[in-house]
Design a protein around this ligand. Structure first.
Ligand SMILES: Cc1ncc(COP(=O)(O)O)c(C=O)c1O
Length: 393
């Protein structure tokens, strides 16, 4: 008879870390766990909750009625709130997009979904197959659902997305050789999962020029770095991308993402009558739209740069007192150390009531993605906690 090993109910791939707190509620930078302990969170849902836990949800419940939020109209009809969010987002993004092109937007759910839509757009717009990406890149874990679906048109149109042979990874920070086969280059303006890696000056603009030379599209993946995480609205937007992906801080803890593209690219990809459609039951969901509108309102209420000002000074003191090296900007920081050092510090921090993840391929980088509304007292507690970790010295 088969033995029942344990009573866990989740799938192993989504299991929490052994000993990790079970959250009961979270507000601002604080997490209250079911064991009665309170934690200061520097992970913020893999960087999503730029404005702290709970704030965007609180504002949504204050400003919208259930009747405005509880709709699922699919993609063949629309809602007033979706029209408002689309317009507001295009204006907000467009105000910083070099050349002020005419823009189109799609409001989706996860970062991976926005990336998927961006890649499909590039393949459809160029009719080419090669995707150039960078070593160390992270763009999401999903994207082969269509390969498993019995939808011949979509499979024919999108098959190259799932042919990993057609994705070429090149060193981050160097402008690669492209060819007439290249459909697009996809780049994070700051590599997040690789450990907050900032590319050399001129890299992104160099990519733009390389794409222009062969008629390839440039996709800027601002899922993690964008919408304020680095202290500016869209990190890297000066490279004048063809397609931009946003998620995480776009809705700050509520689920939502967006793909924004120039209307030239949108028309080339999706303009003809026989173009395959990208559809989704909850496309442009009112909850997501309300979250976007509330986040944009927070951006007009606060000055991001001043909110981020206290992080660097405090973290430099950590750098001085430990063997870590600090890098980053805005509210997107990393303490880089030796192999496994950050993983050990992450465990020691949990015992001290601080949540921070290790990033990088070797457990060598402690990733710090605080809420921009984090109080000074909390930041001081974090500084003392890191310095007191035995593995930090
Ligand atoms: C740069 C980047 N792109 C895409 C994704 C995927 O986002 P999601 O986890 O919402 O699918 C992530 C997630 O961390 C990311 O950092």
């Amino acid at each position: 008879m088969a033995t029942r090993h344990h009573n866990r109910v989740d799938l192993p791939i989504w299991s929490p870390k052994e000993g990790a707190p079970v959250w009961e509620r979270a507000t601002g930078e604080f997490v209250h766990a079911t064991d009665g302990r309170d934690y200061i969170d520097l992970s913020m849902g893999w960087g999503a909750c730029l404005w702290g836990h709970g704030l965007v949800a609180e504002r949504i419940f204050e400003h919208y009625t259930p009747a405005e939020l509880a709709q699922g109209v699919g993609s063949t009809q629309t809602t007033a709130i979706r029209e408002r969010a689309e317009q507001a987002l295009v204006e907000w993004v467009g105000a910083r997009w070099p050349g002020s092109p005419d823009l189109r937007v799609g409001i989706l759910h996860t970062g991976a979904e926005a990336v998927e839509a961006a890649l499909k757009t590039a393949l459809a717009a160029t009719g080419r197959t090669e995707i150039v990406a960078f070593e160390g890149a992270y763009h999401g874990s999903f994207g082969s659902a269509v390969a498993a679906s019995d939808t011949p048109d979509a499979r024919r149109a999108f098959a190259p997305t799932f042919s990993f042979d057609d994705v070429r990874h090149v060193p981050f920070g160097e402008v690669p050789e492209l060819s007439e086969r290249t459909a697009c280059v996809i780049v994070e303006p700051v590599q997040g999962s690789a450990g907050v890696v900032i590319p050399p000056d001129g890299f992104l603009v160099g990519l733009r020029a390389a794409c222009d030379r062969v008629g390839a599209l440039l996709i800027l993946d601002d899922v993690l770095a964008g919408c304020g995480r680095t202290g500016v609205r869209m990190e890297g937007i000066e490279c004048r991308p063809d397609v931009l992906t946003l998620a995480k801080a776009l809705c700050s803890g509520m689920m939502g993402s967006a793909v924004v593209m120039t209307s030239d690219v949108a028309d080339a990809a999706w303009g003809s009558d026989d173009a395959p459609r990208l559809s989704s039951t909850y496309y442009g969901h009112p909850f997501t739209c309300a979250a976007i509108l509330e986040v944009l309102a927070l951006h007009s209420q606060y000055d991001l740069a001043s909110l981020c000002r206290h992080f660097e000074g405090a973290l430099r003191r950590v750098e001085d007192a430990t063997s870590f090296t600090l890098r980053g900007k805005g509210a997107f920081w990393a303490l880089a150390g030796a192999k496994d050092q950050a993983s050990q510090v992450s465990t020691e921090l949990l015992e001290r009531g601080v949540i921070a993840d290790a990033a990088g391929s070797d457990g060598d980088v402690l990733s710090l993605k605080p809420s921009v509304l984090m109080r000074d007292e909390s930041l001081e507690r974090v500084v003392s906690a890191i310095i007191s970790c035995p593995s930090a010295s």
